[in-house]
Design a binder for this molecule. Structure first.
Ligand SMILES: Nc1ncnc2c1ncn2[C@@H]1O[C@H](COP(=O)(O)OP(=O)(O)OP(=O)(O)O)[C@@H](O)[C@H]1O
Length: 627
């Protein structure tokens, strides 16, 4: 029951409020708009400038707005809100008791009796008065708000101006700030440059210190060097005078050397002449006999070498009595040669005799050394020997001597050129032993005689050699070539002649003298005679070729000894090839190698007979190819 009047009053209030709201709505809207307008401006002001005084000046105005706002809020239907708004909606200067009138009226109205119309009229009148008062106060408040609004508007425009100013100020500041940031960047750059330069400076200072130290040490060194220089200058002056003395001495010594060289040359020429005379006296064709040691060791029964004589050899044959009635007879075959070497003779001993001939080759004489004898008698051992120093044969030793002598003669102004070739004659066919190409492309060879009477072989390897080792290498190639052929034809090397030739050319430019010669070292094919019944086919052909070439060699030597008008060099490849080394212009040495075994007696006898025939030949005086 007590709540009913409140409900009534509430309805009344709502009505009156709606009226008020109608009256106040435009003003409130305007205010809100202004507030909205003010808000960003105020915010801008707060962000842009610190304008405490402006905010302060606004404070009372905003308070009045808040009051009006409070009145506006009171329009809501909530009871709590209504109470608060009623209390707070009262403008300043309005009597609060007046404002409280509706409450009283409400209470009183609820107490009126239905029949109390007068009372009700009074209440209504009171209500009207109340509303009128309220309307007045609202009007007043509106007026106040209008004043406040215009004030606010002027304030706003003033603030806008201020904001504008602030903005322009800000943009100025921004420009300045930009300029300052440039300056700051430059400053940073300058400061980094500065720190870099400072580092550089400190580096340079350190370097400078090092340089100073260096300079100091160099100055000290310079001083020391100056001292040395002055000492050396005085030494040099002394040495210069000594040098002058020495130069005079050297000059006189040079004259002496020139005289001695002249004497030496004359001596060398004399030596050559005498050497040649000795060789001639010994004979331009000489024969050495060499007896191979027995394979089984011990002494040979049928070969006797007289101890008192190194030129004789006796072949003794005991002939048994057929009847047995008479004692066995012994038949001796005596031979004498330029030298006979027994089975103990070393390779060195053998070469000592030959070395004189090798010297002749350097003096410009053609020299030919060949080894003759049956297979296995020691021809290859004599000519090539074995690989150890002591067992090296004539060819490697001769090559060594030639190079050594060439070097010695170089001191007297001689310059030598050596060219080597190595050829095999098998079945009257020439084969290059220095050939290193494909076997299928092995060329054929022909012996040619040049207009200068020199003999050459077509397609043959003529290798210029400068050292002894190089020649040893060529000999090794030749050995390999021979052994390759040997594998396809058993025992072939015994049935072929091998001819090593070293062509020597010497020039003494100072004395305008030249010499040219050939050193020919030949390992002949086995000289054994074969029984005709034993030799057939290829073997027969080989035997015929060997026999023919060896007997041709004998015929050529005999023809030379007999000074015949025609020397049949061309009858065999061997004599044709050796043409330059046999005859008047050459010195020839033949080794006859013999086997000591008793079953070789016949062959030994044949060999010694052949050698003896050669030994009997006296070939005309040799002349040096010296110009
Ligand atoms: N004076 C020597 N001292 C030691 N051994 C020798 C001597 N002479 C030859 N011989 C040896 O006798 C063997 C036959 O010698 P070598 O091959 O020189 O005979 P050859 O006459 O050249 O035979 P072929 O005609 O078959 O070539 C070889 O083993 C060799 O070493």
């Amino acid at each position: 029951m007590s709540r009913l009047p409140v409900m009534t009053s509430k309805r009344v209030l709502t009505n009156s409020n709606s009226e008020n709201a109608q009256v106040m709505a435009p003003a409130q809207k305007k205010m809100r708009r202004e507030q909205d307008m003010h808000k960003p401006q105020a915010a801008a002001t707060v962000i842009g400038h610190r304008q405490a005084p402006v905010a302060a000046s606004r404070a009372p105005h905003s308070e009045s707005i808040r009051t009006a706002g409070a009145a506006t809020v009171a329009v809501g239907p909530s009871r709590g809100v209504l109470k608060r708004s009623t209390a707070s909606a009262a403008p300043r200067g309005v009597n609060p008791k007046q404002a409280a009138v509706p409450k009283t009226v409400g209470v009183g109205a609820s107490r009126r009796k239905p029949w109390d119309l007068k009372g009700k009229v009074n209440d209504m009148e009171d209500k009207i008065r109340n509303f009128q008062t309220k309307a007045r106060s609202v009007n007043e408040e509106m007026e106040a708000l209008k004043g406040s609004l215009s004030h606010s508007q002027s304030r706003v425009s003033q603030m806008e101006k201020e904001v504008e100013q602030q903005r322009s100020q800000i943009s100025k500041y921004e420009i300045e700030l930009q300029a300052l940031s440039h300056v700051r960047q430059e400053l940073e750059k300058v400061s980094s440059d500065k720190s870099f330069l400072q580092k550089e400076l400190s580096n340079l200072e350190e370097k400078y210190k090092v340089m100073e130290t260096l300079r100091d040490s160099q100055e000290t060194e310079l001083q020391a060097l100056k001292m040395k220089l002055s000492v050396q200058e005085s030494t040099m002056t002394r040495l210069q005078s000594t040098l002058r003395d020495r130069e005079e001495e050297v000059h006189s010594l040079k004259e002496m050397v020139a005289e001695q060289k002249e004497e030496l040359h004359t001596g060398e020429m004399e030596r050559r002449r005498l050497h040649n005379t000795i060789q001639e006296l010994k004979g331009n064709i000489r024969v050495f006999c060499r007896v191979r040691p027995l394979v089984s060791g011990g002494l040979s029964k049928h070969i006797q070498l007289p101890a008192s004589d190194d030129k004789s050899i006796v072949l003794a044959k005991t002939e048994e009595s057929h009847t047995g009635k008479v004692a066995d007879t012994q038949k001796n075959y005596n031979f004498s040669f330029d030298r006979v070497f027994g089975p103990q003779a070393s390779q060195q001993e053998i070469f000592e005799e030959i070395s004189l001939l090798v010297q002749s080759a350097l003096d410009g004489y053609n020299v030919c050394v060949f080894a003759y004898g049956q297979t296995g008698s020691g021809k290859t051992y004599t000519m090539e020997g074995e690989e150890y120093d002591d067992t090296r044969g004539v060819i490697p030793r001769a090559v060594q001597q030639v190079f050594k002598a060439g070097q010695k003669l170089a001191a007297q102004g001689w310059e030598f050129t050596f060219t080597a070739s190595f050829v095999e004659i098998y079945n009257e066919t020439l084969r290059d032993l220095l050939y290193t190409g494909k076997a299928s492309k092995r060329p054929e060879h022909e012996i040619r005689k040049m207009a200068s009477n020199e003999v050459t072989v077509t397609n043959l390897t003529y290798e210029k050699v400068y050292t002894e080792d190089q020649v040893q290498g060529l000999i090794a190639v030749a050995k390999r070539n021979r052994s390759t052929a040997q594998t396809s034809q058993n025992d072939r090397s015994s049935r072929s002649h091998s001819v090593f030739q070293l062509h020597i050319e010497g020039v003494n430019a100072g004395r305008d003298v030249t010499c040219k010669s050939t050193l020919c070292l030949v390992d002949l094919a086995g000289s054994e005679r074969m029984m005709k019944s034993q030799s057939q086919g290829d073997r027969f052909k080989e035997m015929t070729a060997i026999n023919s070439s060896l007997s041709n060699l004998g015929i050529v030597i005999t023809s030379l000894a007999n000074k015949e008008s025609h020397i049949p060099y061309r009858n065999s490849k061997l004599t044709y090839l050796l043409q330059g080394c046999l005859g008047g212009n050459s010195k020839t040495l033949m080794f006859v190698n013999i086997s000591p075994e008793s079953d070789s007696f016949g062959e030994t006898l044949n060999s010694l007979r052949f050698a003896s025939k050669v030994n009997d030949c006296v070939i005309g005086t040799a002349s040096s190819n010296k110009k």
